[in-house]
Design a protein around this ligand. Structure first.
Ligand SMILES: O=P(O)(O)OC[C@H]1O[C@H](O[C@H]2O[C@H](CO)[C@@H](O)[C@H](O)[C@H]2O)[C@H](O)[C@@H](O)[C@@H]1O
Length: 256
């Protein structure tokens, strides 16, 4: 039985997006789970030269209109992509910061309570043998290698977020406390830049945090592309996995 046959009628499967980008489109791509497969910890992923070159070539066809939109910070994306990151528009830290050719790096001030919260998150990680991730505008506890610690991680992070007035951000086998913002807001802000204004946003993402981006993409006349198994979603299209995203990018480049 196919996966789609097991879904309720309300959750009819979505078709893949046509592998074509026109001058009227802007392309927004989530990173983890969309461009790269998930790994045991945040440092376990790397960007292959083939992927970086393909994105670079696509970006050359659509100047200022190819963006990576990630929960990772822009500093982390710079480290992962190397110098090629300068060729892409970026939104990092779940939309709290962004960088475009037009506006440069737009980022919030770092409040003092963020470093207190970061210290508390680190202490929880050390006490319970969880992987700690320090980010520019947040801090994460990863329990992928210790799934039984999920409830504890969520509970502790929630207490820390409340104490310091931060946003609690659950993710895939991780939980984060962070400054506010979301991917929908980031896409809406980037769509105001001269390169993207009057274009249609197409946003690829896998996580529930990407749903804000799907909603904004649709509201601005474009579409979301869910990467992964079918679920309730605001996306219009679906691709099954990261490999299918790479194939789609290759075809879109061929058709450009
Ligand atoms: O918005 P994204 O680009 O999808 O980033 C979301 C989070 O991704 C990273 O965590 C996830 O990927 C890790 C590496 O594969 C994996 O070990 C972890 O379990 C996943 O949750 C990243 O570490 C986070 O900072 C991002 O917020």
């Amino acid at each position: 039985m196919s996966a789609s046959a097991t879904l309720s009628p309300m959750l009819a499967d979505l078709t893949p997006p046509p592998p074509r980008l026109s001058e009227r489109d802007s392309l927004f791509l989530d990173f983890d789970g969309t461009l790269v497969d998930l790994a045991d910890n945040p440092e376990g992923v790397h960007v292959s030269p083939a992927l970086a070159d393909r994105l670079d070539a696509l970006a050359a066809h659509m100047p200022g209109r190819l963006a990576i939109v990630s929960g990772r910070s822009i500093a982390q994306l710079d480290a992962l992509f190397g110098p090629q990151a300068q060729h892409f528009t970026l939104a990092g830290s779940h939309g709290a910061e962004r960088r475009s050719p037009e506006d440069g790096h737009v980022q919030p001030d770092t409040p003092a309570h963020l470093s207190l919260a970061t210290d508390e998150m680190r202490a929880i990680a050390e006490a319970h043998d969880l992987y700690f991730e320090s980010k520019s505008f947040g801090a994460g506890l990863h329990y992928r290698r210790k799934p039984d610690a999920e409830a504890l991680a969520l509970r502790e992070a929630s207490v820390i977020a409340r104490r310091h007035g931060l946003t609690l951000q659950p993710g895939k086998m991780m939980v984060e406390v962070r400054l506010s913002g979301d991917k929908g807001q980031a896409i809406a802000a980037l769509m105001q830049t001269a390169a993207m204004r009057a274009t249609l946003p197409i946003f690829f993402g896998d996580d529930v945090t990407d749903e804000d981006g799907f909603v904004t993409a649709a509201a601005l006349g474009g579409a979301g592309v869910l990467v992964g198994p079918m679920r309730e979603t605001a996306a219009r299209y679906r691709l099954p996995d990261v490999a299918a995203v790479h194939q789609w990018l290759a075809q879109a480049l061929e058709n450009a």
